[in-house]
Design a protein around this ligand. Structure first.
Ligand SMILES: *Cc1c(COP(=O)(O)O)cnc(C)c1O
Length: 461
């Protein structure tokens, strides 16, 4: 791949043209400083009007297509039996093969439904790497969340093509405890926490075999199944002739069910679901759904939202769309390469993850180097990013080190042009050039769970 890479990074050409625009503005340096102070140096607390390029998340930040907007206009807002739910259900059934589809307002609502029924004290729920909300729901229901990604996932420079893969021997060890101790196994496509890295079909097959031998169900966190399928098509032997829905089905056929945040590969601003083959579980999920989310034909959503998600999930399977999307991530990576800025390799599906330990090697975890870098990227150019490290994951058992120290530049789908990404690369570069002056921060306030959303910080003097 390196040999054929062009010398000048070339921006990928958009497979769409612009029909509606939204104005954005670069706030002045004084405005940025004031915004940081008011927000307690937590970028989640900054107003979006004070952000120029928002790479906080790719979740629910997609631009919808003209077809999706057209779908919004044919919303059948009936409480029960809406035709938009019928379309949504049929779309999910066709893409996944799972017969029972329970809509939810977003991914964590789907996780709440599933784990409140399947989690319990004294049990362990493994995953390649639990996403933050997944871990929170697993633990809230008394189970222990363990990460079983392959060792290469923790080697940020490793070029392994499937760094999202599960360490199958370790999984087999854990599964010896049997279904009473391991109620289900989750695998996240792509591994968001580990850098948006894909899982191969071969690895999923081995995971399925281990689960089947132990009598434990396998569920997929399928938020980015289309992006995962794109990598499989590109990197796994024998897959290049298959379509994205075909590769998706190869994965789903190995599993018993899935949770989905349609805010990712559903290309919508809100929505999600749980899907399963288990009729008895589906009936219990629907009972939970009615208490927490709403009637089973809307699941906490306007019916027009279900329509937009049905259309969006299909658009996410379009190869031109995926080649451009992942092309944008690679374009940003190649601009960072010009300045030899360290990030998780190979670039993932939905963003670039800066390698904070190499970016700020002199700052210990106690000084929250990832959070410090997030603050500097905002200060430098009003680019909003997110820490994936000691703040997000360091609140585990005492003495439990944060496994990774990263800053994620998540790229919203169909929102920014390559010129925006070139600006982002320039901002990262300016911070890189003055990295020796970055001092770290301390946490002065934090809630018990999901502390990264609301914690407050103070710069070290
Ligand atoms: C976003 C995400 C979730 C949670 O979905 P929400 O819609 O944000 O509640 C779960 N798992 C993964 C891997 C995610 O990226």
């Amino acid at each position: 791949m390196l040999a054929s890479a062009p010398r000048e990074p070339r921006p990928p050409v958009e497979p769409y043209k612009v029909k509606v625009v939204e104005r954005i503005r670069l706030p002045s340096r004084e405005e940025r400083e004031a915004a940081l102070r008011t927000a307690g140096y937590n970028l989640f607390q900054i107003r979006s009007d004070d952000v120029y390029i928002d790479l906080l998340t790719d979740s629910g930040t997609s631009a919808m297509s003209d077809r999706q907007w057209a779908g919004m206009m044919v919303g059948d807002e009936s409480y029960a039996g809406s035709r938009n739910f019928a379309h949504f259900e049929a779309t999910v059934q066709e893409l996944t093969g799972f017969p029972f589809v329970i809509p939810a307002h977003q991914g964590r609502a789907a996780e709440n439904l599933l784990f409140s029924l399947m989690g319990r004290p004294g049990t362990v729920i493994p995953n390649n790497m639990h996403f933050d909300t997944t871990r929170a729901h697993v633990e809230r229901n008394g189970s222990k969340a363990v990460n079983l990604a392959i060792p290469e996932a923790y080697d940020l420079a490793s070029p392994h093509p499937f760094k999202g893969n599960v360490d199958v021997p370790k999984l087999e060890d854990l599964l010896r405890a049997g279904p009473s101790k391991v109620p289900l196994v989750m695998v996240t496509l792509t591994n968001n926490t580990g850098g948006g890295q894909p899982v191969s079909v071969a690895n999923l097959t081995a995971v399925r075999d281990a689960c089947r031998a132990a009598g434990v169900p396998l569920y997929l966190d399928m938020c980015r199944w289309a992006e995962n399928s794109f990598f499989v098509r590109e990197r796994e032997g024998g897959m290049s002739g298959r379509t994205i829905p075909e590769i998706g089905r190869l994965c789903f056929d190995l599993a018993d069910g899935a949770t989905m945040s349609a805010k990712k590969d559903g290309l919508v601003n809100i929505g999600g679901f749980v899907a399963t083959r288990d009729a008895a579980l589906a009936a219990r999920l629907k009972e939970q759904l009615i208490v927490f989310e709403g009637f089973p034909t809307y699941g906490g959503l306007a019916r027009r939202d279900l329509e937009a998600a049905s259309i969006g999930m299909r658009e996410a399977c379009d190869l031109d769309y995926l080649a451009h999307r992942i092309g944008q991530v690679r374009y940003l990576a190649s601009l960072l390469d010009e300045a030899v800025i360290p990030y998780v390799r190979p670039p993932g599906g939905h963003g670039i993850y800066l390698d904070v330990r190499r970016f700020l090697p002199d700052l210990p975890s106690a000084d929250f180097p990832g959070q410090s870098l997030v603050i500097e990227l905002y200060r430098e150019g009003a680019v909003r990013t997110v820490e994936v490290g000691a703040v997000m994951f360091g609140d585990g058992a005492p003495g439990d080190p944060a496994p990774l120290e990263l800053v994620r530049l998540a790229i919203p789908r169909r929102v920014y042009t390559s010129a925006h990404l070139a600006y982002v690369a320039e901002v990262v570069r300016r911070v890189w050039d003055r990295r020796a002056t970055i001092r770290g921060v301390r946490m002065v306030e934090a809630p018990e769970r999901l502390r990264h959303f609301t914690a407050k910080f103070q710069p070290n003097g």
